[in-house]
Design a protein around this ligand. Structure first.
Ligand code: SF4
Ligand code: SF4
Ligand code: SF4
Length: 511
Protein backbone atom coordinates (compact mmCIF):
# COMPACT_ATOMS: atom_id res chain seq x y z
CA UNK A 1 0.00 0.00 0.00
CA UNK A 2 1.21 3.47 -0.84
CA UNK A 3 2.10 5.47 2.21
CA UNK A 4 -0.49 8.20 1.60
CA UNK A 5 -3.04 5.40 1.20
CA UNK A 6 -2.59 4.74 4.93
CA UNK A 7 -3.59 8.28 5.76
CA UNK A 8 -6.74 8.04 3.64
CA UNK A 9 -7.62 4.68 5.16
CA UNK A 10 -7.27 6.27 8.58
CA UNK A 11 -9.46 9.23 7.61
CA UNK A 12 -12.20 7.01 6.15
CA UNK A 13 -12.25 4.70 9.19
CA UNK A 14 -12.29 7.70 11.54
CA UNK A 15 -15.27 9.22 9.73
CA UNK A 16 -17.07 5.87 9.79
CA UNK A 17 -16.93 5.99 13.59
CA UNK A 18 -17.13 9.75 14.17
CA UNK A 19 -20.21 10.52 12.03
CA UNK A 20 -22.49 7.81 13.52
CA UNK A 21 -21.35 8.82 17.03
CA UNK A 22 -22.25 12.46 16.38
CA UNK A 23 -25.59 11.49 14.83
CA UNK A 24 -26.42 9.33 17.85
CA UNK A 25 -26.08 12.28 20.23
CA UNK A 26 -27.79 14.93 18.12
CA UNK A 27 -30.69 12.89 16.75
CA UNK A 28 -33.47 15.14 18.13
CA UNK A 29 -36.07 13.34 16.02
CA UNK A 30 -35.21 9.85 17.35
CA UNK A 31 -34.91 8.66 13.77
CA UNK A 32 -31.96 6.34 14.28
CA UNK A 33 -32.57 2.72 15.25
CA UNK A 34 -31.86 2.09 18.92
CA UNK A 35 -29.18 -0.48 18.03
CA UNK A 36 -27.17 2.49 16.74
CA UNK A 37 -25.85 2.74 20.32
CA UNK A 38 -23.46 -0.11 19.47
CA UNK A 39 -21.11 2.60 18.18
CA UNK A 40 -20.59 3.84 21.78
CA UNK A 41 -19.38 0.47 22.96
CA UNK A 42 -16.01 0.72 21.19
CA UNK A 43 -14.81 3.45 23.58
CA UNK A 44 -12.07 2.45 26.00
CA UNK A 45 -13.09 3.96 29.36
CA UNK A 46 -16.77 2.88 29.18
CA UNK A 47 -15.59 -0.60 28.09
CA UNK A 48 -13.29 -0.83 31.15
CA UNK A 49 -16.02 0.39 33.51
CA UNK A 50 -18.52 -2.04 32.00
CA UNK A 51 -15.96 -4.90 32.22
CA UNK A 52 -16.23 -5.44 28.45
CA UNK A 53 -12.82 -7.10 28.48
CA UNK A 54 -13.14 -8.37 24.89
CA UNK A 55 -13.29 -4.77 23.62
CA UNK A 56 -10.49 -3.67 25.96
CA UNK A 57 -8.25 -6.51 24.76
CA UNK A 58 -8.98 -5.69 21.09
CA UNK A 59 -8.04 -2.01 21.69
CA UNK A 60 -4.85 -3.02 23.50
CA UNK A 61 -3.92 -5.52 20.78
CA UNK A 62 -4.54 -2.92 18.06
CA UNK A 63 -2.29 -0.53 19.98
CA UNK A 64 0.39 -3.17 20.43
CA UNK A 65 0.27 -3.95 16.74
CA UNK A 66 -0.22 -0.57 15.10
CA UNK A 67 0.34 2.14 17.74
CA UNK A 68 -2.24 4.62 18.98
CA UNK A 69 -4.77 4.16 16.18
CA UNK A 70 -7.47 4.37 18.90
CA UNK A 71 -6.56 8.08 19.18
CA UNK A 72 -6.70 8.76 15.46
CA UNK A 73 -9.59 6.50 14.43
CA UNK A 74 -11.88 5.63 17.36
CA UNK A 75 -11.76 8.51 19.86
CA UNK A 76 -14.29 11.18 18.81
CA UNK A 77 -12.40 13.89 20.70
CA UNK A 78 -9.25 12.98 18.77
CA UNK A 79 -11.06 13.28 15.44
CA UNK A 80 -12.50 16.65 16.48
CA UNK A 81 -8.98 17.89 17.24
CA UNK A 82 -7.95 16.75 13.77
CA UNK A 83 -10.74 18.92 12.32
CA UNK A 84 -9.39 21.92 14.24
CA UNK A 85 -5.83 21.06 13.19
CA UNK A 86 -6.88 20.77 9.59
CA UNK A 87 -8.57 24.17 9.82
CA UNK A 88 -5.44 25.83 11.20
CA UNK A 89 -3.25 24.13 8.60
CA UNK A 90 -5.44 25.37 5.75
CA UNK A 91 -4.65 29.07 5.46
CA UNK A 92 -1.23 30.62 5.27
CA UNK A 93 -1.89 33.15 8.05
CA UNK A 94 -3.21 30.50 10.40
CA UNK A 95 -0.24 28.26 9.50
CA UNK A 96 2.12 31.04 10.49
CA UNK A 97 0.44 31.39 13.86
CA UNK A 98 0.86 27.69 14.48
CA UNK A 99 4.46 26.58 14.19
CA UNK A 100 4.64 22.88 14.78
CA UNK A 101 8.04 21.57 15.73
CA UNK A 102 9.44 18.88 17.93
CA UNK A 103 8.63 19.43 21.60
CA UNK A 104 9.96 17.47 24.53
CA UNK A 105 7.40 15.19 26.16
CA UNK A 106 5.74 16.55 29.30
CA UNK A 107 5.97 13.22 31.06
CA UNK A 108 5.79 14.67 34.55
CA UNK A 109 2.42 16.20 33.76
CA UNK A 110 0.90 13.36 31.76
CA UNK A 111 1.89 10.60 34.18
CA UNK A 112 0.74 12.65 37.17
CA UNK A 113 -2.69 13.13 35.58
CA UNK A 114 -2.91 9.44 34.68
CA UNK A 115 -1.86 8.41 38.19
CA UNK A 116 -4.33 10.87 39.78
CA UNK A 117 -7.17 9.58 37.60
CA UNK A 118 -6.46 5.92 38.35
CA UNK A 119 -5.59 6.62 42.00
CA UNK A 120 -8.73 8.62 42.73
CA UNK A 121 -10.88 5.94 41.02
CA UNK A 122 -9.29 3.25 43.20
CA UNK A 123 -10.07 5.40 46.23
CA UNK A 124 -13.71 5.59 45.23
CA UNK A 125 -14.07 8.70 43.06
CA UNK A 126 -14.87 8.82 39.37
CA UNK A 127 -14.73 12.66 39.22
CA UNK A 128 -11.50 12.84 37.20
CA UNK A 129 -12.75 10.19 34.78
CA UNK A 130 -15.92 12.25 34.29
CA UNK A 131 -13.88 15.42 33.69
CA UNK A 132 -11.09 13.96 31.54
CA UNK A 133 -12.39 10.95 29.60
CA UNK A 134 -12.36 12.15 25.97
CA UNK A 135 -15.41 10.14 24.86
CA UNK A 136 -17.56 11.40 27.74
CA UNK A 137 -16.47 14.98 27.15
CA UNK A 138 -17.38 14.66 23.48
CA UNK A 139 -20.73 13.15 24.48
CA UNK A 140 -21.43 16.21 26.64
CA UNK A 141 -20.30 18.64 23.93
CA UNK A 142 -22.79 17.03 21.55
CA UNK A 143 -25.56 16.50 24.11
CA UNK A 144 -25.27 19.80 25.99
CA UNK A 145 -24.06 22.24 23.32
CA UNK A 146 -24.97 20.97 19.85
CA UNK A 147 -28.24 19.16 20.60
CA UNK A 148 -29.94 22.09 22.43
CA UNK A 149 -29.24 24.25 19.38
CA UNK A 150 -31.41 21.80 17.38
CA UNK A 151 -34.40 21.97 19.77
CA UNK A 152 -36.07 24.89 17.87
CA UNK A 153 -35.81 22.81 14.68
CA UNK A 154 -37.41 19.88 16.52
CA UNK A 155 -40.23 22.16 17.81
CA UNK A 156 -40.83 23.52 14.30
CA UNK A 157 -41.03 20.06 12.70
CA UNK A 158 -43.17 18.60 15.52
CA UNK A 159 -45.68 21.48 15.27
CA UNK A 160 -45.89 21.23 11.47
CA UNK A 161 -46.29 17.45 11.70
CA UNK A 162 -49.05 17.80 14.38
CA UNK A 163 -50.87 20.28 12.13
CA UNK A 164 -50.76 17.70 9.34
CA UNK A 165 -52.03 14.96 11.65
CA UNK A 166 -48.65 13.21 11.91
CA UNK A 167 -47.85 12.25 15.50
CA UNK A 168 -44.72 10.16 15.04
CA UNK A 169 -42.26 12.93 16.04
CA UNK A 170 -41.62 13.41 19.75
CA UNK A 171 -41.02 16.92 21.09
CA UNK A 172 -37.68 17.43 22.84
CA UNK A 173 -37.85 19.45 26.03
CA UNK A 174 -35.32 22.08 27.00
CA UNK A 175 -35.59 20.87 30.62
CA UNK A 176 -32.48 18.73 30.12
CA UNK A 177 -30.33 21.81 29.54
CA UNK A 178 -28.04 22.46 32.48
CA UNK A 179 -25.90 25.58 32.83
CA UNK A 180 -23.14 23.65 34.61
CA UNK A 181 -23.09 21.06 31.82
CA UNK A 182 -22.96 23.87 29.24
CA UNK A 183 -20.07 25.59 31.05
CA UNK A 184 -18.08 22.37 31.52
CA UNK A 185 -18.66 21.28 27.91
CA UNK A 186 -17.76 24.75 26.61
CA UNK A 187 -14.56 24.75 28.65
CA UNK A 188 -13.58 21.38 27.22
CA UNK A 189 -14.40 22.48 23.68
CA UNK A 190 -12.48 25.75 24.01
CA UNK A 191 -9.51 23.95 25.59
CA UNK A 192 -9.14 21.38 22.84
CA UNK A 193 -9.90 23.94 20.13
CA UNK A 194 -7.17 26.32 21.32
CA UNK A 195 -4.70 23.51 22.01
CA UNK A 196 -5.19 21.84 18.66
CA UNK A 197 -5.23 25.09 16.69
CA UNK A 198 -1.91 26.09 18.23
CA UNK A 199 -0.19 22.82 19.10
CA UNK A 200 -1.95 19.91 17.36
CA UNK A 201 -2.51 16.95 19.69
CA UNK A 202 -1.22 18.70 22.81
CA UNK A 203 -4.35 17.71 24.80
CA UNK A 204 -3.88 14.03 23.88
CA UNK A 205 -0.22 14.08 24.87
CA UNK A 206 -0.40 16.07 28.09
CA UNK A 207 -3.85 15.90 29.70
CA UNK A 208 -5.81 12.95 28.32
CA UNK A 209 -5.35 9.92 30.62
CA UNK A 210 -6.50 7.58 27.83
CA UNK A 211 -3.81 8.98 25.51
CA UNK A 212 -1.15 8.61 28.21
CA UNK A 213 -2.20 5.04 28.98
CA UNK A 214 -2.21 4.01 25.32
CA UNK A 215 1.08 5.88 24.91
CA UNK A 216 2.63 3.52 27.48
CA UNK A 217 1.34 0.52 25.50
CA UNK A 218 2.36 1.94 22.11
CA UNK A 219 6.00 2.14 23.24
CA UNK A 220 5.99 -1.59 22.45
CA UNK A 221 3.97 -1.44 19.22
CA UNK A 222 5.20 -3.68 16.40
CA UNK A 223 4.42 -1.35 13.51
CA UNK A 224 5.66 2.22 13.88
CA UNK A 225 6.52 5.32 12.00
CA UNK A 226 10.33 5.25 11.78
CA UNK A 227 13.04 7.34 10.17
CA UNK A 228 15.70 5.82 7.95
CA UNK A 229 18.71 7.62 9.39
CA UNK A 230 20.91 7.09 6.35
CA UNK A 231 18.41 8.76 4.01
CA UNK A 232 17.39 11.56 6.42
CA UNK A 233 18.85 14.99 5.66
CA UNK A 234 17.52 16.47 8.95
CA UNK A 235 15.60 19.07 6.95
CA UNK A 236 12.86 19.25 9.62
CA UNK A 237 9.94 19.06 7.17
CA UNK A 238 8.46 15.97 8.84
CA UNK A 239 8.59 17.66 12.29
CA UNK A 240 6.54 20.53 10.97
CA UNK A 241 3.87 18.19 9.64
CA UNK A 242 3.57 16.26 12.92
CA UNK A 243 0.61 17.39 15.02
CA UNK A 244 1.87 15.31 17.95
CA UNK A 245 5.16 17.24 17.89
CA UNK A 246 6.92 13.94 18.46
CA UNK A 247 9.43 13.87 15.56
CA UNK A 248 12.91 15.00 16.51
CA UNK A 249 14.32 15.19 12.98
CA UNK A 250 17.70 16.44 14.18
CA UNK A 251 18.23 13.15 16.00
CA UNK A 252 16.04 11.11 13.59
CA UNK A 253 13.91 9.99 16.52
CA UNK A 254 10.16 9.51 16.79
CA UNK A 255 8.54 9.31 20.21
CA UNK A 256 6.12 6.40 19.63
CA UNK A 257 4.40 7.04 22.95
CA UNK A 258 3.09 10.35 21.56
CA UNK A 259 2.66 9.38 17.92
CA UNK A 260 -1.06 9.03 17.18
CA UNK A 261 -0.41 7.24 13.86
CA UNK A 262 -2.11 9.92 11.80
CA UNK A 263 0.40 9.27 8.98
CA UNK A 264 0.59 12.98 8.09
CA UNK A 265 4.38 12.84 8.10
CA UNK A 266 4.68 9.97 5.63
CA UNK A 267 4.12 12.07 2.53
CA UNK A 268 6.00 15.10 3.84
CA UNK A 269 9.52 13.71 3.39
CA UNK A 270 11.07 14.52 0.04
CA UNK A 271 13.80 11.90 0.64
CA UNK A 272 11.36 9.06 1.37
CA UNK A 273 13.25 8.63 4.62
CA UNK A 274 10.20 8.22 6.82
CA UNK A 275 7.91 5.23 6.72
CA UNK A 276 5.45 3.07 8.65
CA UNK A 277 7.07 -0.33 9.09
CA UNK A 278 7.33 -3.45 11.13
CA UNK A 279 9.91 -2.46 13.69
CA UNK A 280 8.83 -4.44 16.71
CA UNK A 281 11.57 -6.97 17.18
CA UNK A 282 14.40 -4.94 15.72
CA UNK A 283 16.38 -2.31 17.54
CA UNK A 284 16.92 -0.32 14.36
CA UNK A 285 14.90 2.57 15.61
CA UNK A 286 16.35 4.74 18.30
CA UNK A 287 14.67 5.10 21.64
CA UNK A 288 13.54 8.55 22.68
CA UNK A 289 16.08 10.08 25.05
CA UNK A 290 13.45 10.73 27.66
CA UNK A 291 13.05 6.99 28.13
CA UNK A 292 16.61 6.86 29.32
CA UNK A 293 15.93 8.66 32.50
CA UNK A 294 18.15 11.44 33.62
CA UNK A 295 18.47 12.14 37.34
CA UNK A 296 16.17 15.13 36.83
CA UNK A 297 13.48 13.06 35.16
CA UNK A 298 13.63 10.46 37.88
CA UNK A 299 13.28 13.13 40.54
CA UNK A 300 10.32 14.70 38.74
CA UNK A 301 8.61 11.33 38.38
CA UNK A 302 9.17 10.55 42.05
CA UNK A 303 7.63 13.92 42.91
CA UNK A 304 4.75 13.20 40.55
CA UNK A 305 3.95 9.91 42.26
CA UNK A 306 4.17 11.31 45.78
CA UNK A 307 2.02 14.35 44.95
CA UNK A 308 -0.44 11.95 43.31
CA UNK A 309 -0.81 10.09 46.58
CA UNK A 310 -1.39 13.37 48.44
CA UNK A 311 -3.77 14.76 45.85
CA UNK A 312 -5.99 11.69 45.58
CA UNK A 313 -6.77 11.83 49.31
CA UNK A 314 -9.13 14.85 49.00
CA UNK A 315 -11.08 13.00 46.28
CA UNK A 316 -11.62 10.10 48.62
CA UNK A 317 -12.66 12.52 51.40
CA UNK A 318 -15.02 14.34 49.07
CA UNK A 319 -16.52 11.00 48.08
CA UNK A 320 -17.23 10.13 51.68
CA UNK A 321 -18.78 13.59 52.11
CA UNK A 322 -21.05 12.90 49.17
CA UNK A 323 -22.24 9.79 51.00
CA UNK A 324 -23.43 12.06 53.79
CA UNK A 325 -25.77 13.66 51.27
CA UNK A 326 -27.62 10.38 51.32
CA UNK A 327 -29.50 11.35 54.44
CA UNK A 328 -30.71 14.59 52.85
CA UNK A 329 -32.63 15.14 49.61
CA UNK A 330 -31.40 12.53 47.15
CA UNK A 331 -31.63 12.71 43.38
CA UNK A 332 -33.57 9.84 41.81
CA UNK A 333 -31.23 7.65 39.77
CA UNK A 334 -32.27 6.34 36.33
CA UNK A 335 -33.70 2.80 36.29
CA UNK A 336 -31.07 0.08 36.21
CA UNK A 337 -28.67 2.13 38.36
CA UNK A 338 -29.08 -0.33 41.24
CA UNK A 339 -26.82 0.64 44.09
CA UNK A 340 -25.99 4.32 44.43
CA UNK A 341 -22.22 3.83 44.89
CA UNK A 342 -22.10 1.52 41.86
CA UNK A 343 -23.88 4.10 39.74
CA UNK A 344 -21.76 7.06 40.90
CA UNK A 345 -18.56 5.09 40.23
CA UNK A 346 -19.52 3.76 36.80
CA UNK A 347 -21.30 6.73 35.22
CA UNK A 348 -18.94 8.90 33.17
CA UNK A 349 -21.68 11.49 32.56
CA UNK A 350 -21.53 11.03 28.80
CA UNK A 351 -25.25 11.96 28.61
CA UNK A 352 -26.03 9.29 26.01
CA UNK A 353 -29.03 8.31 28.15
CA UNK A 354 -30.12 11.94 28.54
CA UNK A 355 -30.28 12.39 24.77
CA UNK A 356 -32.18 9.14 24.15
CA UNK A 357 -34.89 9.32 26.85
CA UNK A 358 -38.13 9.73 24.86
CA UNK A 359 -39.89 11.24 27.88
CA UNK A 360 -37.36 14.00 28.63
CA UNK A 361 -37.15 12.66 32.17
CA UNK A 362 -33.37 12.57 32.47
CA UNK A 363 -31.40 15.73 33.15
CA UNK A 364 -27.76 16.25 34.12
CA UNK A 365 -27.47 16.73 37.86
CA UNK A 366 -25.33 19.61 39.11
CA UNK A 367 -24.09 18.89 42.63
CA UNK A 368 -27.16 16.80 43.54
CA UNK A 369 -25.03 13.66 43.91
CA UNK A 370 -22.28 15.67 45.61
CA UNK A 371 -19.16 17.00 43.91
CA UNK A 372 -18.16 13.48 42.89
CA UNK A 373 -21.32 12.91 40.86
CA UNK A 374 -21.02 16.13 38.88
CA UNK A 375 -23.27 16.10 35.79
CA UNK A 376 -24.43 12.50 36.24
CA UNK A 377 -28.05 12.04 35.11
CA UNK A 378 -31.01 12.20 37.47
CA UNK A 379 -34.77 11.80 37.04
CA UNK A 380 -36.84 14.98 36.86
CA UNK A 381 -40.61 14.78 36.57
CA UNK A 382 -41.49 18.31 35.53
CA UNK A 383 -41.75 17.71 31.77
CA UNK A 384 -42.57 14.02 31.71
CA UNK A 385 -42.40 10.74 33.56
CA UNK A 386 -40.61 7.45 33.09
CA UNK A 387 -42.55 5.13 30.81
CA UNK A 388 -42.82 1.64 32.32
CA UNK A 389 -42.64 0.13 28.81
CA UNK A 390 -39.29 1.77 28.04
CA UNK A 391 -35.75 0.52 28.75
CA UNK A 392 -33.84 2.82 26.41
CA UNK A 393 -31.48 4.51 28.91
CA UNK A 394 -30.31 1.11 30.20
CA UNK A 395 -29.89 -0.23 26.69
CA UNK A 396 -27.69 2.64 25.51
CA UNK A 397 -25.47 3.15 28.58
CA UNK A 398 -21.98 2.08 27.40
CA UNK A 399 -20.36 2.20 30.83
CA UNK A 400 -22.49 -0.35 32.68
CA UNK A 401 -23.71 2.37 35.06
CA UNK A 402 -27.24 1.30 34.14
CA UNK A 403 -27.76 -2.46 34.04
CA UNK A 404 -30.04 -3.48 31.17
CA UNK A 405 -33.27 -4.83 32.67
CA UNK A 406 -36.01 -6.77 30.93
CA UNK A 407 -39.34 -4.98 30.63
CA UNK A 408 -40.77 -7.14 33.42
CA UNK A 409 -37.84 -6.33 35.73
CA UNK A 410 -38.04 -2.64 34.86
CA UNK A 411 -41.75 -2.60 35.72
CA UNK A 412 -40.97 -3.85 39.21
CA UNK A 413 -37.88 -1.70 39.80
CA UNK A 414 -38.56 0.90 42.43
CA UNK A 415 -36.39 3.96 41.82
CA UNK A 416 -38.27 5.92 44.48
CA UNK A 417 -41.50 5.96 46.43
CA UNK A 418 -44.57 8.09 46.29
CA UNK A 419 -45.36 10.52 49.15
CA UNK A 420 -48.73 12.29 49.45
CA UNK A 421 -49.40 15.57 51.33
CA UNK A 422 -53.11 15.86 52.00
CA UNK A 423 -52.99 19.61 52.77
CA UNK A 424 -51.65 20.41 49.28
CA UNK A 425 -54.14 18.25 47.35
CA UNK A 426 -56.74 20.30 45.40
CA UNK A 427 -59.53 17.96 46.53
CA UNK A 428 -58.78 18.92 50.16
CA UNK A 429 -57.78 22.55 49.50
CA UNK A 430 -60.33 23.60 46.86
CA UNK A 431 -63.00 20.99 47.42
CA UNK A 432 -62.99 20.00 43.72
CA UNK A 433 -62.71 16.76 41.79
CA UNK A 434 -59.26 15.72 40.53
CA UNK A 435 -57.70 12.24 40.33
CA UNK A 436 -55.00 13.10 37.76
CA UNK A 437 -52.39 11.24 39.81
CA UNK A 438 -54.40 8.06 39.92
CA UNK A 439 -55.12 8.23 36.20
CA UNK A 440 -51.39 8.37 35.45
CA UNK A 441 -50.33 5.62 37.85
CA UNK A 442 -49.44 2.37 36.03
CA UNK A 443 -49.39 0.28 39.22
CA UNK A 444 -52.36 1.85 41.02
CA UNK A 445 -50.06 2.66 43.91
CA UNK A 446 -52.18 5.76 44.08
CA UNK A 447 -55.92 5.23 43.83
CA UNK A 448 -58.95 7.38 44.56
CA UNK A 449 -61.04 6.50 47.62
CA UNK A 450 -64.29 8.00 48.94
CA UNK A 451 -63.74 11.30 50.74
CA UNK A 452 -66.82 13.47 51.47
CA UNK A 453 -69.63 15.25 49.62
CA UNK A 454 -69.31 12.71 46.82
CA UNK A 455 -65.63 13.63 46.27
CA UNK A 456 -62.81 11.09 46.04
CA UNK A 457 -59.27 11.63 47.33
CA UNK A 458 -55.92 9.85 46.62
CA UNK A 459 -54.69 7.04 48.82
CA UNK A 460 -51.16 5.73 48.31
CA UNK A 461 -49.56 2.30 48.71
CA UNK A 462 -45.80 3.10 48.51
CA UNK A 463 -44.70 -0.57 48.50
CA UNK A 464 -46.15 -1.15 45.02
CA UNK A 465 -45.00 2.23 43.67
CA UNK A 466 -42.15 2.07 41.13
CA UNK A 467 -41.36 5.80 41.33
CA UNK A 468 -42.11 6.50 37.66
CA UNK A 469 -43.26 10.04 38.47
CA UNK A 470 -46.56 9.79 36.56
CA UNK A 471 -48.48 11.11 39.57
CA UNK A 472 -45.97 13.89 40.33
CA UNK A 473 -45.97 15.04 36.69
CA UNK A 474 -49.78 15.06 36.48
CA UNK A 475 -50.53 16.70 39.84
CA UNK A 476 -51.93 20.21 39.16
CA UNK A 477 -51.40 21.48 42.75
CA UNK A 478 -48.61 23.94 43.62
CA UNK A 479 -46.70 22.87 45.62
CA UNK A 480 -47.28 19.38 44.29
CA UNK A 481 -49.38 17.26 46.62
CA UNK A 482 -47.82 14.03 45.40
CA UNK A 483 -44.10 13.58 44.75
CA UNK A 484 -41.57 10.78 44.46
CA UNK A 485 -38.73 10.49 46.98
CA UNK A 486 -35.60 8.63 45.84
CA UNK A 487 -34.62 5.28 47.26
CA UNK A 488 -30.98 5.32 48.38
CA UNK A 489 -30.46 2.09 46.42
CA UNK A 490 -33.03 0.88 43.94
CA UNK A 491 -35.27 -1.94 45.16
CA UNK A 492 -37.92 -4.31 43.90
CA UNK A 493 -41.45 -2.97 44.30
CA UNK A 494 -44.06 -5.37 45.63
CA UNK A 495 -46.20 -6.84 42.89
CA UNK A 496 -49.59 -5.14 42.73
CA UNK A 497 -52.50 -7.41 43.78
CA UNK A 498 -54.03 -9.44 40.95
CA UNK A 499 -56.93 -7.13 40.09
CA UNK A 500 -54.49 -4.19 40.01
CA UNK A 501 -52.17 -6.10 37.69
CA UNK A 502 -55.10 -6.38 35.30
CA UNK A 503 -55.37 -2.64 35.50
CA UNK A 504 -51.77 -2.30 34.41
CA UNK A 505 -52.39 -4.45 31.36
CA UNK A 506 -55.59 -2.64 30.44
CA UNK A 507 -53.75 0.66 30.62
CA UNK A 508 -50.84 -0.96 28.78
CA UNK A 509 -48.73 1.69 30.51
CA UNK A 510 -50.52 3.73 27.93
CA UNK A 511 -48.70 7.00 27.82
S1 SF4 B 1 -36.70 3.99 31.11
FE1 SF4 B 1 -37.60 5.94 31.80
S2 SF4 B 1 -35.83 7.29 32.18
FE2 SF4 B 1 -35.10 5.58 30.96
S3 SF4 B 1 -35.23 6.29 28.86
FE3 SF4 B 1 -37.15 5.22 29.27
S4 SF4 B 1 -38.59 6.80 29.98
FE4 SF4 B 1 -36.51 7.67 30.08
S1 SF4 C 1 -25.77 6.50 32.94
FE1 SF4 C 1 -26.05 7.83 31.16
S2 SF4 C 1 -24.53 9.44 31.42
FE2 SF4 C 1 -23.93 7.78 32.74
S3 SF4 C 1 -22.46 6.57 31.52
FE3 SF4 C 1 -24.50 5.66 31.25
S4 SF4 C 1 -25.31 6.61 29.41
FE4 SF4 C 1 -23.56 7.88 30.09
S1 SF4 D 1 -44.64 7.24 41.08
FE1 SF4 D 1 -46.81 7.73 41.23
S2 SF4 D 1 -47.63 7.09 39.24
FE2 SF4 D 1 -45.63 6.08 39.43
S3 SF4 D 1 -46.07 4.07 40.34
FE3 SF4 D 1 -45.66 5.49 42.04
S4 SF4 D 1 -47.66 6.24 42.67
FE4 SF4 D 1 -47.91 5.35 40.62
Amino acid sequence: MKTNGLKWLRVVLALLIFIPTVLFFIDVFHLLPIKWDVILHVQLVPAILDSMWGIVIVILLLTLLFGRIYCSVICPAGILQDFFSRFSAGKKKRRQRRVLKYAKPKNWLRYTILALTVGSFMLGSSALIVLLDPYSNMGRVLADLVRPALIPLNAFVVNKAFAMGIYSFLPVSASGISMVAIVVSSLFLITIAVMSLLRGRLYCNTICPVGTFLGLVSRFSLFRVVINESACTHCNVCSRSCKSQCIDSKESIIDTSRCVTCFNCLTSCTQNAIGYRFAGFSKSHKAVPTVEKTVNTRRREFLALSTTAMMTAPFAMAQSQSKKLATQQLPIMPPGAGKREHFNMRCTACHACVTQCPSNVLIPAVFDYGIMGLMQPRMYYDKGFCQPNCTICMDVCPAGALTPLTLKEKQLTQVGRVAFTLEDCVVYKNHTDCGSCSEHCPTQAVKMVDYKDGLRIPEVTPEICIGCGGCEYACPARPKAIVVHANYDQQWAKKPPKEKEKNIEVQSFGF
